[in-house]
Design a protein around this ligand. Structure first.
Ligand SMILES: [Zn+2]
Length: 111
């Protein structure tokens, strides 16, 4: 399940979580029309977030990969809650570590 948020840095407010990109555009447009007369606030942000509320665009690639996997694993248990279950976070770390180890093994075997 994908989660999105809109943030207005002028008003210093963040929208509730929406689950569709079309709803995100509506939230942003409604905020601009209602509070800013249709103007675009400087540095406004809109995008996909992980279950911890972090913007994917602001995460490093490795952290974003971990967040994607931990999100997917946590969604298996419950899609309505936020946060990562400890086992989902550990599973994501294990999966990334195992993949890196496997790639290293294949590389070492090839040389
Ligand atoms: Zn605003």
């Amino acid at each position: 399940m994908r989660r999105y948020r809109y943030r207005c840095t002028v008003c210093r407010t963040t929208s509730p979580i929406v689950t569709e990109i079309a709803a995100l555009a509506t939230v942003g447009e409604d905020h601009r029309q209602t509070l800013h007369g249709g103007h675009f606030p400087d540095d406004e942000m809109a995008g996909r977030i992980d279950r911890l509320g972090r913007w994917y665009a602001a995460l490093s690639p490795l952290t974003a990969l971990h967040a994607h996997i931990a999100d997917a694993l946590s969604d298996l248990r419950d899609i309505k809650t936020l946060g990562h279950y400890w086992w989902a976070s550990a599973g994501a770390t294990l999966l990334i570590g195992a993949t890196a180890a496997l790639a290293l093994l294949v590389l070492a075997a090839a040389l």
